[in-house]
Design a protein around this ligand. Sequence first.
Ligand SMILES: Nc1ncnc2c1ncn2[C@@H]1O[C@H](COP(=O)(O)OP(=O)(O)O)[C@@H](O)[C@H]1O
Ligand SMILES: CC(C)(COP(=O)(O)O)[C@@H](O)C(=O)NCCC(=O)O
Length: 413
Amino acid sequence: MDLQDDVSNQQNSERGSQISHLALDIGGSLVKLVYFSRNNDSRRDDDNEQRSRNECLGVSDSDTCQPFLDGRLHFAKFETSKINDCLEFICSKKLHLGGFQDCTAPSSENICVKATGGGAYKFADLFKEKLGICFDKEDEMDCLVTGANFLLKTVHQEAFTYLDGQKEFVQIDHNDLYPYLLVNIGSGVSMIKVDGDGKFERVSGTNLGGGTFWGLGRLLTKCKNFDELLELSHQGNNRVIDMLVGDIYGGTEYAKIGLSATTIASSFGKAISDNKELEDYKAEDISRSLLRMISNNIGQISYLNALRFGLKRIIFAGFFIRGQAYTMDTISVAVHYWSNGEAKAMFLRHEGFLGALGAFRSYEKQSLDGLMVHKIVQKNPSSISSAGDKSCCSLNSDSKNENENSGCSVYGM
Ligand SMILES: Nc1ncnc2c1ncn2[C@@H]1O[C@H](COP(=O)(O)OP(=O)(O)O)[C@@H](O)[C@H]1O
Ligand SMILES: CC(C)(COP(=O)(O)O)[C@@H](O)C(=O)NCCC(=O)O
């Protein structure tokens, strides 16, 4: 089944499903949306559609929930700078009204949607004006932690390590989950020591984050979008621009302090002596260097914070990572190198949706509409397949493309 079939299945399915509980995470770079659709139990057709969709997702029939419990989480993201696309999407799907479809519809000024991230404050008036909804604001750090704990506890094969091109899923014992360091690499970076559900402390952060990579990359390479910049980095060679220990030490290592000749001594350092202008460098090499610089730096600061609190597990999330092999490898190597192999870097398949998932979960705290997502997931992890609006993939690990993370449902980008 190709993507198009899948999308039309999805659309048919949405016609027969009840959409509810929209939650938003509006960050400095991206708006992330999560919403839930419960399949309409009275329609047998939907059973078949669900079945064929599950086949396409690699979810076996036996994994399918009973229709009355059955539901799906949908994920979507938009650039924050194109917030109007997001408003249009919500409006076209009536996501903001979804939770009330079966009840007497309240007047729109009573409709509150869970929202987190800085944009929950910045864009509150815009959402009120355009959609007539108000934001029920949830704390960003709280949501990140709730989202991370939710994924780690309930989604099968969510966390994995990535080293030397090898991706290995980690089965985390629920009783041995805490403490860990959560490093969310969004526009900026937050480092949070997590000790339990709702028990956490933001211990550090850095302003050299995903926004820095994308911002500098855009200026230096003239790339038009983030994916293009990432794509370029695949073909680049950072050694053209980075100053290596060998460049300083005449081709040899600095063995006394354990630095090999190929260690980067100074990111972008070669540019000071090359007598070259920006145009003389290839965009690929600039992108590679930049990606390495940011990833390395975050890996190192994360390790130092893990060391500070004696944490062995560092979980990296945020859309900067984007399931990128080179990014994950660089971060992992940095953590491994600095910790002498003591600490472990882990990544999440739903890396970019922690905040939105956390905001979504806060509906449950208020037990709205008897939402039983948690129970559904517990009962059957693979059945909360995430489906998007242009593509569809599963929350389980059977994704056709290993690198295709759960940010699978990408709409409007
Ligand atoms: N399509 C995209 N457009 C812009 N940035 C992207 C995109 N995909 C990934 N990114 C990266 O992800 C970062 C944003 O990550 P995210 O976790 O959404 O943070 P925020 O909450 O600050 O928006 C960007 O700064 C950029 O590095
Ligand atoms: C301010 C933020 C929490 C906002 O989150 P974001 O939109 O970047 O996901 C984050 O950008 C951050 O933690 N910046 C680093 C600030 C610092 O500690 O220096």
